[in-house]
Design a protein around this ligand. Structure first.
Ligand SMILES: [Ca+2]
Ligand SMILES: [Ca+2]
Length: 510
């Protein structure tokens, strides 16, 4: 009775979770005003729409280089406007590359109440920030061999970041991931929804969109509302290029929020749509102008840049393609193995069910909330069964072959005895005692072989697959069989020797 109550309780709980999940479906909206991406990331005059950058940062049409691979560089890019939504997801595609085995210092994502200083002390931004910093720390200051490291650090505007310990005493959470010098751009997806902060990381070993893995998830994270997004980077004695390829912001809305928002902003939506349209037209106009003004440059860039590759690039590309195809093959193999295991399990359970059925136990459907009826273990597995049947078949075939061979040998020895008898009658010069001895021994062998053949005809029926036990009939041993065949061959050899001698003597007489 209590188990039924428990079941009801569990069902009710699951149902309520399902209802909760259904009612709180996340609505997503791309926020172009808090995003940048190529092509035409920066405009002709070097500005990035809705963003401003400074320090040593340089924006091009393809990326934003926050800090170049020179000593002691600092740079940052900040959104011009604070966000007007509570929950969000930011996808950052970046490359940290350098010729050194070790690089420095790293790159940081910011969500703070105020814009950082371009000459700040923390990865190209200000210390004592108010909000969240996700830091991609390349250099191992505390020499604990735990860098490059990705970490979230919360600050209320009072704490000073401890570079000496790589922030290890201040971080909220983090994960050890190498993000330097990867074949494809690395990515971080930072999600802040319902006070839960989740960071996923894409290690840049493939260009597959789906290859994100969880870095960490942290609950009850309270961030100030209406903050600013920013990115910054810095180099030190060692230096990497810190390039950001895109920054894509998506606002996240629960269903309830969405309903309220729709009622509120029909006008605003129209205004935003118009604004976006104008922006697109402006961008297109600028693209066309640029092409008109620099026809050669455009063609050079678009047509010829991708045609050539250095030896190193080619070698790398070839190795990479090889590795990728290997990975594909491995994935396929993995899938196949999974399928095979699945099928194996299915047939085994089917077999077990059939077995228990044949043992007189009715097949019982599994009742919800009850343990499935224990199926008695089979004395043999499916593997053993298959092997047994195959072996059995092999044995039958071999025995049939042996039987044929023995019958043939027996037939030949018959013929030999007959021939030997005829020859002996015409050859008075040969010792008759030798001849009769040989005839006796051949007759003995023939009898033995006939006996063996008779026994073997019984064996195949006994070894039928329906009977799994070994045949009770005592079969001739393999060694015995060999001895018989060997003696047969010896006798044949002696006989042919004798016949040759006899013919040679007959030639002398004529
Ligand atoms: Ca560090
Ligand atoms: Ca460290």
């Amino acid at each position: 009775m209590s188990s039924i109550n428990l079941n009801l309780l569990v069902c009710g709980f699951i149902l309520s979770i399902l209802v909760l999940v259904n009612t709180q479906t996340v609505h997503r909206r791309f926020e172009y005003k808090y995003s940048f991406k190529p092509p035409y990331l920066a405009q002709k005059d070097g500005s990035v729409p809705f963003w401003e950058y400074g320090g040593n940062a340089i924006a091009s049409s393809e990326n934003v280089r926050l800090a170049p691979s020179l000593r002691s560089q600092k740079g940052a890019i900040w959104a011009k406007n604070p966000i007007n939504f509570d929950w969000w997801e930011v996808d950052i595609m970046f490359k940290v590359t350098g010729r050194g085995r070790i690089g420095a210092d790293g790159l940081a994502f910011w969500y703070t109440t105020t814009r950082g200083d371009y000459t700040g002390d923390v990865f190209g931004s200000s210390d004592r920030w108010n909000g969240l910093g996700i830091i991609f720390d390349s250099f191992d200051n505390d020499n604990k061999h735990n860098n490059p490291y990705i970490m979230a650090v919360l600050n209320d505007g009072t704490k000073v970041f401890d570079h000496k310990s790589d922030g290890s005493q201040q971080l909220l959470s983090g994960c050890l991931r190498d993000f330097r010098n990867k074949p494809f751009p690395t990515r971080a997806r930072i999600e802040y929804y319902m006070n839960t902060l989740t960071v996923y990381f894409h290690n840049g070993m493939t260009n597959n969109e789906a290859d994100y893995e969880l870095c960490f998830r942290s609950e009850n994270v309270i961030l100030p509302r209406g903050g600013l997004f920013g990115l910054s980077a810095a180099t030190g004695g060692l230096a990497d290029d810190h390039d950001v390829i895109h920054f894509l912001t998506t606002s996240l809305h629960s269903t309830q929020q969405q309903g309220a928002g729709q009622q509120m902003s029909a006008d605003e939506q129209q205004r935003l749509a118009q604004e976006y349209q104008e922006y697109q037209q402006k961008l297109q106009q600028q693209k066309d102008d640029y092409k008109k003004e620099h026809p050669d440059e455009v063609r050079d860039k678009d047509e010829f840049e991708d045609w050539f590759e250095s030896d190193g690039q080619r070698e790398f590309r070839q190795i990479w393609q090889g590795v990728m195809s290997l990975q594909d093959t491995l994935r396929d193999l993995n899938k196949k193995v999974d399928e095979v295991i699945g099928k194996q399990t299915n047939s085994l359970s089917l077999l077990s069910a059939v077995y228990s059925h044949t043992q007189g136990q009715p097949l019982q459907p599994v009742q919800p909330g009850q343990q499935p009826a224990q199926i008695p273990g089979l004395p043999i597995g499916r593997h053993d069964w298959d092997a047994l049947v195959t072996n059995n078949q092999l044995m039958i075939n071999t025995i049939a072959e042996l039987k044929g061979f023995i019958i043939e040998v027996s037939r030949k020895s018959d013929a030999l005895i007959a021939a030997g008898g005829g020859a002996a009658a015409g050859a008075g010069a040969i010792n008759p005692q030798f001849l009769s001895e040989m005839r006796d021994s051949i007759t003995q062998v023939k009898q033995a072989v006939a006996g063996v053949a008779q026994r073997l005809t019984v064996a195949p029926q006994v070894a039928a697959p329906s009977q799994l036990n070994c045949p009770n009939v005592s079969c001739v041993s393999f060694t015995g069989l060999l001895v018989v065949i060997a003696s047969q061959l010896t006798i044949m050899f002696f006989y042919s020797l004798y016949k040759e001698r006899k013919e040679a003597q007959a030639k002398k007489f004529f």
